[in-house]
Design a protein around this ligand. Structure first.
Ligand code: ASP
Length: 342
């Protein structure tokens, strides 16, 4: 793995497998059974210039769970970028304060530009419609865990990617990451104008995967193992695209779709947030409590995976286990009221 995590492009299959193994070793800490102080004294700079809940908080929590501390800044308004400071200057300044930096920014390529000015590890927390590599790693980790429980393997799996495949950076990173694995079947369904960029389809096809595009969800998906659905990224629309745009229910993943067109073994994932406003037609809440809905197991997996990214970039992954203690505080048996007990 290189010294930054900016794009899935920099990850070899071996590097991904290593991260997956390190993440699995982080589970006792992520599940609040064990405590480590391996990053005691280290400081993370968490710079978010675009809306975020999961990514910002889970990177923060992951660094704390490794024993480090976090400095945060959110939005342009309260940062010096509002005074015209360049990415170069901000990067150099932050490097004097922090041992690792996570950055989210609305412009594609901005995090890579920021990383050019520093020797401190930088993680891309989302650069506009570009990439979101840590999300893809936690998505892969989730698929793997869910498959192991169901006795399946990634080789030959059928994955349906649906929603906004044009601006959804999580699917851009995920499709590249999946393409590093044994040939599988990828079906793409998006509303007109929001299709997966051609170069990504070509890349995946050139690596031996079968890629198929369908117009809507109104067909048979009985052999689909994973439905990965995404929010329409309206914040990236041009004024022309926004005018009169509304998403038809033909693209909604709900209980009727899962019961009628998929199988009991299909799992449903979403990078979240899902847009729960009535006219959004995003992933339906009628699947809440359905064991096939993996979205909260997916968000929980963000912690061990992001811990693994930090531990690997800061080269302490082999020291974590030397340093473990039992937790001393109360931890509920399940963190969500509707969570199943395994
Ligand atoms: N949270 C994800 C992202 O930042 C997905 C989304 O916003 O729809 O890309």
């Amino acid at each position: 793995m290189s010294s930054h995590l900016l794009s899935v492009d920099s990850l070899s299959r071996d590097a991904v497998d290593h991260l997956m193994r390190v993440a699995a070793r982080m589970e006792p800490i992520a599940q609040r059974r064990k405590v480590t102080r391996v990053l005691e004294g280290a400081v993370l700079g968490n710079l978010f210039f675009e809306a975020s809940t999961r990514t910002r908080v889970s990177f923060h929590a992951a660094f704390c769970r490794l024993g480090g501390s976090v400095c945060d800044t959110t939005g342009f308004t309260f940062s010096s970028m509002a005074k015209g400071e360049s990415l170069y200057d901000t990067s150099r300044v932050m490097s004097g304060y922090c041992d690792a930096i996570v950055m989210r920014h609305p412009e594609q390529g901005s995090v890579a530009e920021f990383a050019k000015a520093t020797n401190v590890p930088v993680i891309n927390g989302g650069d506009g419609p570009g990439e979101h590599p840590s999300q893809a790693l936690l998505d892969l980790y989730t698929i793997d865990k869910e498959f192991i429980r169901r006795g399946k393997t990634l080789a030959g799996a059928h994955v349906l990617l649906t929603g906004d495949l044009k601006y959804g950076r999580t699917v851009h990173s995920l499709i590249k990451l999946l393409s590093l694995y044994a040939p599988m079947r990828l079906t793409l369904v998006s509303p007109p104008g929001l299709e997966m960029p051609r170069h990504l389809i070509d890349l995946v096809a050139s690596r031996g995967h079968r890629v198929e595009t369908r117009e809507s969800l109104a067909s048979d998906f009985a052999d689909v193992d994973v439905v990965y659905t995404t929010r329409i990224q309206k914040e990236r629309f041009t004024a022309e695209m926004s005018e009169g745009f509304s998403l038809s229910r033909d693209y909604t993943v709900d209980k009727a779709f899962l019961d009628g067109r998929c199988s009991d073994h299909t799992i449903v994932m979403h990078p979240l947030p899902r847009d729960s406003r009535a006219d959004a037609n995003d992933l339906d809440v009628d699947l809440n409590g359905d064991p096939r809905l993996a979205i909260f197991r997916q968000t929980d997996n963000g912690i061990p995976v992001r811990m693994a990214i930090f531990a690997t970039l800061l080269q302490v992954e082999d020291q974590v286990e030397q340093d473990l203690r039992d937790v001393r505080w109360f931890v509920p048996a399940t963190v969500g009221v509707d969570d199943a007990r395994d």
